[in-house]
Design a protein around this ligand. Sequence first.
Ligand SMILES: Cc1ncc(C[n+]2csc(CCOP(=O)(O)OP(=O)(O)O)c2C)c(N)n1
Ligand code: SF4
Length: 251
Amino acid sequence: MVARKVFARPVSLKDVATHFCPGCQHGVVHRLVAETLDHFNAAGRTIGVASVGCSVFLYDYFDINVVEAPHGRAPAVATGVKRVHKNSLVFTYQGDGDLAAIGTSEIIHAANRGEGLTVIFVNNTTYGMTGGQMAPTTLPGQRTTTSSAGRNTASDGHPIRMAELLATLDGTAYSARVAVDSPGHVLEAGKAIRRAFGYQVEGRGFAFVEVLTTCPTNWGMDPVAANRRIAAEVIPFFPLGTFVDRSGDER
Ligand SMILES: Cc1ncc(C[n+]2csc(CCOP(=O)(O)OP(=O)(O)O)c2C)c(N)n1
Ligand code: SF4
């Protein structure tokens, strides 16, 4: 019998170890993005735009060109990159601190303008890299280093559902929320990410995928407990689904 290789590292990922904590799901999302770039055979013509947070080292892990645009400015920088390099695939990869706090303005206006970008939004309900502060996505009652008694919506406001918010804008062609806490959800997440990049390949406009992920380190949980929290607490507040899809066809 001839052996057949059925699983390999995507060519869009470098053969290096990542710095992510045990149980962190940034690595899973990286892999799904890389598999998508492989699918489109696009590593050589892709320009990623990294942000701040634990995903800042994107340029060390992906075998593609990467621009670093800290502090929420990734959609603005990506706009310029895409307008100049029209035939490139351009994506941003942003955490919830980056995209939904300091970068709220940039993401809303890039979506509203209908820029031909793909945005991967990694929502782990906290500021991971800087020590677990409260983010706009922190759940009501969630304890963080800056909400030690739990998020109080009366004084701290309510978590922002970015996928739904962006879906209200006419410029957004595709907006979905996925998770990677189970094999089934990983498959669905991969499909959504491929669809979002497919929109860009076909020139259909702005596409956004929010991925619910763990931060075991700052949640104070082991990886298994953190993964279970996604289904038990995070998905009930941030429902999975597609909130807008203006493709006009069934796929
Ligand atoms: C102006 C400014 N404010 C804050 C920071 C610190 N900072 C770096 S990363 C980060 C939070 C990143 O959190 P998130 O975007 O949720 O990504 P994660 O690390 O959770 O993946 C912050 C606040 C900074 N570097 N500069
Ligand atoms: S701090 Fe959180 S988001 Fe950052 S690498 Fe560790 S688990 Fe992942």
